[in-house]
Design a protein around this ligand. Structure first.
Ligand SMILES: [Zn+2]
Length: 164
């Protein structure tokens, strides 16, 4: 795996062109950014937890082994799958931003871009359901709650929830 792929496996959203990333260590559930991921050049990656976690333990928590820190290591299928989904998500988010912007800019084609926005939102939702199911469920619950508040008003809601 490449260093940026390793960084992404540890939850770095946009690794960019950096050579070093700091993240929370998944092994000892740190609050600070104790885990350092470094691009050593030649495709090699070094990971160090400053709280003293064992490197193989840290790797194991995200499904990697020391082989993945070397240039020719193949990406484990589960990681590859996740990276692909994250790529899709990023690309869809960019498309969504574009569709929203173009609705404002290209007034004549507004309906077209509104349609595109709906389609992209649908696709993005599907990708997110696979990538972060708990978060999507939580958002769904919050949305339904807000809709019910709007529909029935606060007093009704209070009565409904107050009973249970
Ligand atoms: Zn640690």
């Amino acid at each position: 795996m490449s260093p940026s792929e390793v960084a992404r496996a540890f939850g770095v959203r946009s690794p960019g062109m950096r050579k070093n990333w700091r993240v929370k260590c998944p092994s000892h559930r740190s609050h600070g950014l104790t885990l350092s991921i470094t691009d050593m050049g030649n495709g090699k990656t070094r990971i160090v937890c400053f709280a003293g976690c064992d490197q193989s333990d840290v790797l194991k928590t995200v499904g990697l082994t020391w082989r993945d820190l070397r240039p020719l290591g193949k990406i484990a299928p589960v990681i590859r799958w996740r990276l692909t989904l994250e790529d899709q998500k990023e690309s869809l988010e960019r498309q969504l931003g574009l569709a929203m912007m173009l609705q404002a800019v290209e007034r004549a084609k507004r309906t077209y871009w509104a349609g595109a926005e709906r389609r992209i939102r649908g696709e993005l939702e599907q990708v997110r359901c696979r990538l972060e199911p708990e978060k999507v469920m939580q958002e769904y619950r919050e949305r339904t709650f807000r809709e019910r508040v709007r529909k029935h008003g606060f007093t009704r809601m209070w009565e409904e929830y107050g009973e249970t």
